[in-house]
Design a protein. Structure first.
Length: 295
């Protein structure tokens, strides 16, 4: 990778308190936070952005963790890398969808250095983690010098490369609730090359009743088919309270294609992405149902 040649002041932090102090001091300035830096370095190299200050949080060891308990569920610190998520035994056991998605995320180098939170903060609508986190009803903790607040995964991205994070704030953690019994979750994406960005992606969570006959909850997250990741609430409503069948999944897919807003790009038209998203939903829902029945 070529050296970054833009002029900026480098401000490292080794504790959350130090980082929040720096963010408070520079919240009215042109700054960027760097953790893994996979996206930031590229944008700076090509002079797409030229921040005055770089606040480096990579040295904050207290944010590098993956923890789980039955009451609170899974907690992923802001410096947990894609590789650590992929290798985590508790993630494989309790949230296999997250370790599985990492098998098709970029390169080994990117996974070893890039952070899951950094991927979310970059807010590329085609990035992989957001749809599964929406399906899993995840939330993100955002801290500043003045307060700490929580934002749901579905509301975190607000536009292309724009999030709910305000000047002076730092995302510190992702929280994912413990999964109810009889729950199955699955995620897939379609991309032109292995590890490449998705043309469309979808994650589905299904929870069945005690007899494993009726859907008591459904959550559906889409990626790469709008300016942000999308929760398909109308498609979810088609499934809730029903005995799940292939025919019902077709109806859910039809509902979902009315909720998404794909944009034509050089790789595919909007109509193609919409049809692709519906096809993926039917496939992913069938696998989520199979997992729920075997849970």
């Amino acid at each position: 990778m070529k050296a970054i040649t833009t002029d900026f002041e480098y401000l490292p932090a080794v504790t959350v308190g130090e980082a929040l102090d720096l963010l408070s001091q520079h919240k009215d300035d042109d700054y960027k936070i760097i953790a893994g830096g996979q996206s930031l370095n590229t944008m700076m190299k090509h002079r797409l952005i030229t921040p005055e200050y770089i606040i480096d949080i990579k040295g904050i060891s207290e944010l590098d963790y993956i923890k789980y308990n039955d009451k609170d569920g899974l907690r992923i610190g802001a410096l947990a890398t894609h590789s650590s998520l992929e290798r985590s035994e508790i993630v494989k056991e309790k949230y296999s969808i997250l370790s599985e998605l990492e098998e098709n995320v970029a390169s080994v180098e990117t996974k070893n250095w890039g952070t899951v939170v950094g991927d979310l903060v970059n807010a590329d609508p085609a990035a992989d983690p957001a749809p599964p986190l929406i399906a899993l009803d995840a939330s993100l903790t955002i801290a500043s010098k003045e307060e700490t607040r929580t934002v749901s995964a579905e509301e975190f991205a607000v536009d292309f490369f724009e999030t709910a994070v305000q000047p002076g704030e730092l995302v510190t953690e992702i929280q994912i609730p413990a999964l109810p019994k009889n729950t199955g979750v699955y995620f897939t994406k379609y991309s032109q090359l292995h590890g490449d960005y998705a043309l469309a992606s979808v994650a589905v969570l299904l929870t069945l009743d005690d007899k494993k006959e009726t859907c008591v909850n459904a959550r559906i997250g889409f990626g790469a088919v709008g300016s942000t990741p999308i929760r398909a609430v109308n498609a979810e409503a088609v499934l809730k309270g029903q005995k799940l069948t292939d025919e019902l999944f077709v109806k859910a897919a039809e509902a979902a294609t009315g909720e998404i807003s794909p944009i034509t790009g050089i790789e595919a038209s909007a109509d193609y992405k919409r049809e692709l998203a519906g096809t993926l939903l039917k496939r992913v829902a069938k696998e989520a149902l199979a997992r729920a029945k075997n849970a």
